[in-house]
Design a binder for this molecule. Structure first.
Ligand code: FE2
Length: 345
């Protein structure tokens, strides 16, 4: 884990959060002190683990497919917050971007998702990578009306076993693709990590992390907020899931030899101590132009129509979109129409 990132202080009118979000692409929206009801973290984590088990351990779950309604109620309770609503209103005023609201996201709860330098992956990316490659999206991203990002709630602290994300603070830029330096380094480290060129050279026997550690020249920082605090980040900031430290990984492997990171998810974790599981809750939020750009970026994927089905199911069935954030439905409906128009169908 890198040194912790310092985030803005919380104020109810959302002014500090909007300033931080527009300048740095990441900010804190709520602290646990402002939750209307106290939430027992262990009970929520246990209920989520049971739900994943009952559904045969998928990588992620959509809130609309969760059978245990207590989990859904608790998550809705965290998000039904004046702090978050005021943040959206403040963004609307500051950026003059039309309504901003909570938006659906395919995998709302991610279980044990990590970047895996120990498995040949550095994991650094920007969620907007596909959008930068589409001219229509690039133009939207250059305007203040493009407001988009992820709301995130961690259910653990970040530490040697991971638990949140790492970011490169200075990488946030509204309009350019990568800074050249990051792009070149990513290419080099991908090669080094996949070929494992340092094997047998490094006396610490943590060869894979050595390739990954080149990123230290960009002064990355780790997010370490309290469990249940809500933060948000823009898709144009370079980030990754905090990986296990070499020592923590060796410890896990000594107890469970068949652990492996596949597609950024730690597999075969059924026998790990429960407290070492990582759970992250995510939603999207944004303006209509932000969502249009995001969907245009995903429209060529084979999975696109399935994704839209999942998002629509959340929009139709969750109290979050029917009552708590009433602007979401209209933003979603208008964005879907605009995407078809923009992409020529
Ligand atoms: Fe990401």
């Amino acid at each position: 884990m890198f040194r912790p990132l310092t985030l803005n202080r919380i104020n109810k009118n959302g002014v500090c959060a909007v300033k931080e979000f527009n300048n740095n692409g990441i900010c804190r929206l709520t602290s646990t002190n402002v939750l209307k009801k106290k939430i027992n973290l262990d009970i929520l984590r246990s209920a989520i683990e049971k739900e994943f088990k009952n559904q045969n351990y998928p990588d992620t779950l959509s809130l609309a497919e969760i059978k245990n309604k207590r989990i859904v109620n608790l998550i809705e309770g965290i998000l039904d917050s004046e702090y978050i609503k005021n943040f959206f209103s403040q963004l609307e005023q500051t950026n003059d971007c039309g309504p901003v609201s909570l938006l659906p996201l395919q995998g709302n709860i991610m279980r044990n998702c990590f970047s895996g330098p120990q498995c040949g992956k550095h994991g650094w990316h920007r969620d907007a990578e596909k959008e930068y490659k589409i001219e229509y999206c690039s133009k939207l991203m250059e305007t203040k009306r493009y407001v988009f990002g992820k709301l995130s709630i961690a259910l653990q602290f970040n530490n040697d076993y991971g638990g949140n994300i790492d970011i490169i603070p200075n990488s946030f830029s509204a309009s350019s693709y990568y800074s050249r330096k990051i792009k070149i380094l990513k290419k080099i480290t991908s090669k080094l990590l996949s070929k494992n060129l340092f094997k047998g050279v490094n006396p610490l026997n943590n060869t894979e992390w050595l390739g990954d550690s080149f990123y230290k020249i960009f002064d990355p920082q780790s997010l370490n907020v309290k469990p249940l605090e809500v933060i948000c980040f823009d898709p144009r900031i370079e980030h990754r899931g905090t990986p296990h430290s070499p020592m923590a990984w060796n410890h896990l492997k000594s107890k469970n030899d068949d652990l492996i990171i596949k597609k950024n998810t730690l597999s075969n974790t059924n026998h790990l101590p429960f407290e070492l599981n990582k759970y992250m809750i995510y939603f999207h939020f944004g303006s209509e132009d932000g969502l249009v750009s995001n969907l245009c970026g995903r429209r060529d994927l084979d999975t696109y129509s399935n994704e839209i089905g999942t998002l629509q199911e959340q929009i139709d069935n969750l109290k979050l979109f029917n009552e708590i954030f009433p602007n979401s439905k209209r933003i979603f409906k208008n964005a879907l129409k605009k995407v078809d128009l923009a992409m020529g169908i």
